[in-house]
Design a protein around this ligand. Structure first.
Ligand code: GDP
Ligand code: IMO
Ligand code: MG
Length: 430
């Protein structure tokens, strides 16, 4: 079994795009299975930067099949814009190498409008969403009133679906003081995008089953991270999908058991964008330094990411919940030149010690991290391509992380560039 899943083990932006692109050299098929264009995955290849939100990060390589699975919520306009943008960078995208699942749900303009209105209404307690309509679109999917990709090919069905959707949304809009939507306008919008989307549409699960039986190597590309998972993350400060490995099956239709190895993408420190608890946050010069050296600004919303020390308790929880077999430790170079480093190894809360992150909002907001302190290194690791090139203190830091997480660091990343990557154990050769 050689199929591999890549899962973010923190709050997203761990460097999944870089690692998926790098690993996709060895894969035949790359599959997105949850999230939407709230994701921002960055690839840097020979100095050229690609920012992908809906397209799987294997798309830039020739001869690979990219699949947007049924678990993804698809904004058709955003997808078409992204396809055009990436094509102008010289990447070939056609129905030969890009497949969209026929049973994926759509994000419509009404969803991003509602996302923004709900955030505005939350005021101080806003989630800090990307405003892309992800939450409202998943709500409609679970509420059985979503419009799906396959509906685009049948005008009668589409009319029925739009009426059902507006029955719900217009009641909601009335309550929010917004103008009601007109079915004709929504249908006109869908009519415009349908002919551009439909050529890519297939029963993706059927294709995946065939490719899997042929022994093709499938690489699943998670979006967000385990701590943003709707069940296992810092609820309600989460995204509206399950970001853990199980989603790869439900979100693609490939049978359970078809993944042989789960790679957890793990930043060598911690970042978070948006609101919510962050026990090891450093709202001081340490955090400022990490943010400046790591260029920690959101790919999608350009917001400044909050930065802090590595939280081994949280990542160990992610490892267990997502069944992570090994990690890719990224952005090690960002720690270069720091005098000392801290790793959170436990929490204290209400007179008790915890070796896990409790679920209650109050506890999550108030746990105090227990730290171990490590000496830093003055040498540069930036661009290192061999374990031998790493300073002794960097190796000690990595070793302690492996011990605390109870899984090995199988890949190390030392710059945004594709090839500034150290392979210790190949996920595909298990
Ligand atoms: P993703 O959402 O997990 O794909 O991550 P993002 O692309 O949103 O954010 C990661 C950022 O870090 C991007 O700008 C990457 O180019 C960059 N990056 C990835 N790996 C490394 C690394 O090892 N070192 C440095 N300095 N930057 C990295
Ligand atoms: P990638 O795939 C980091 C965060 C938002 C917000 C919360 C809910 O690039 O790692 P949403 O728009 O999903 O309803 O917002 O989730 N968020 C991300 N943070 N990386 C991401 O994706 C994210 N996608 C959503 O900032 O806090
Ligand atoms: Mg990102």
């Amino acid at each position: 079994m050689t199929n591999v899943a890549v899962i973010g083990s923190q709050w997203g932006d761990e460097g999944k795009g870089k690692i998926v692109d790098w690993l996709s050299e060895k894969a035949d098929v790359i599959v997105r299975f949850q999230g939407g264009h709230n994701a921002g995955h960055t690839l840097v290849i020979d100095g050229k930067t690609y920012k992908l939100s809906l397209l799987p990060s294997g798309v830039v390589r020739k001869g690979k099949i990219s699949i947007i699975g049924n678990g993804v919520v698809i904004d058709p306009e955003a997808l078409l814009e992204e396809i055009e943008r990436v094509k102008t960078m010289g990447v070939d995208i056609s129905p030969k190498n890009l497949v969209i699942a026929e049973n994926a749900a759509l994000i419509l303009p009404v969803h991003s409008q509602l996302d923004k209105a709900a955030e505005a209404a939350r005021g101080e307690s806003k989630i800090g969403t990307t405003g892309r309509g992800i939450g409202p679109a998943y709500e409609d999917k679970v509420g059985r009133r979503a419009i799906r990709v396959c509906d685009l090919s049948d005008k009668d069905i589409l009319k029925e679906r739009v009426d059902a959707l507006l029955f719900h949304h217009n009641a909601l809009r009335k309550g929010l003081g917004a103008e009601p939507l007109n079915a004709k306008d929504v249908l006109a919008f869908l009519d415009k995008v349908a002919p551009k989307i439909l050529p890519f549409v297939q029963p993706a699960w059927l294709l995946l089953d065939k490719l899997n039986r042929e022994g093709k190597r499938i690489l699943f590309e998670g979006a967000q991270g385990v701590m943003l998972d709707d069940d296992h993350g810092t609820y309600p400060y989460v995204t509206s999908s399950n970001t853990v490995t199980g989603s790869a099956f439900t979100g693609s239709g490939l049978k359970v058991g078809s993944i042989g190895y789960v790679l957890g993408i793990t930043k060598a420190y911690t970042t978070r964008v948006g609101s919510g608890p962050f026990p090891t946050e450093q709202d001081n010069e340490v955090g400022e330094g990490l943010g400046a050296r790591g260029h920690e600004f959101g790919t999608v919303t350009k917001r400044k990411r909050r930065c802090g020390w590595f939280d081994a308790v949280m990542v160990r929880q992610a490892v267990k919940i997502a069944g992570i077999n090994g990690i890719a430790l990224t952005k090690l170079d960002v720690l270069d030149g720091m005098k000392e480093l801290k790793i959170c190894v436990g929490y204290e809360y209400a007179g008790k010690q915890y070796d896990y992150f409790p679920a209650s909002i109050k506890a999550q907001a108030n746990v105090k991290p227990i730290y171990e302190t490590f000496p830093g290194w003055s040498e540069s690791t930036s661009g290192a391509r061999s374990y031998r090139d790493l300073p002794a203190n960097a190796i000690k830091y990595i070793r302690r992380i492996e011990e605390l997480l109870e899984v090995p660091a199988d890949i190390l990343s030392t710059s945004p560039e594709r090839d500034d990557t150290i392979l210790i154990k190949d996920p595909f050769s298990r």
